[in-house]
Design a protein around this ligand. Sequence first.
Ligand SMILES: [Zn+2]
Length: 285
Amino acid sequence: MPQHTLAKTVTIRGIGLHSGVESTLTLNPAPANSGIVFVRSDLPERPRFKALYSAVTDTRNCTCLGNAKGQVVSTVEHLMAALNISRIDNALIEVSNAELPIMDGSALPFWKALQEARTLVQDAPRKVLRVLRPVRFEDGKGASVELAPAAKFSLSFDIEFPSKVVGHQKFSGVVTPEVFASKIAPCRTFCEKYQVDYLKSVGLIKGGSLDNAVVLDGDAILNEGGFRVANECVNHKVIDALGDLYTAGMPVLGSFRASKSGHFHNNELLKRLFADTADYEIIEE
Ligand SMILES: [Zn+2]
């Protein structure tokens, strides 16, 4: 299987969740073996951030890449999930702000942009990270993540929320492009109204609204029309996991199991996996 990049450049515009400021995201083709690289096009020195677990500097509410100068590019995970499932190995992504546009809170706008760009076959073999031994991370507060050897990548995720409109939700299976496009990519990020009220009160999520998140108020959902698909909340967590796992720098061949976990846990799991070279091998797909 060869590597792939984008066949052409595509541009997306939208506001950032935290800043509320409009930013432009330009997805460009990139050479073989260059990986997924973000560039802050608004800064004079145009700093580059490789989309790697080791460059993740913040996992609160989103996955944020940073450098030693304290420069960041945040909320990369929904685009990373779309790149993962599109099997794009190399792309140069320019963003004109410290955060990617939140769009509608799902991965669908990114998925559609990548479909529009199409892919280009490159003259280099695709590398895959094969899990050789089970690796697990638990936070001691009920959340866990695990990668185990498997012949195919599969994913299972379960969440439990007090709100009756969410409750217990589970996803389990192989995420084909068809499954991703219809059941996963449209799923929006979700939160509780009291969290929104608090974050707004301290000057965060200036761009947050019912246009880019599912907002729950106790046992009610505030968005007109309710959920887009069944189990939207856990399926959104699948987007986050697919995006975070792609910061391995290549696709992961193994079975991923997660319970009540988030960006922090996904990043810890990759750090643990890479810490012991007996746990994995890098092979050509
Ligand atoms: Zn998310």
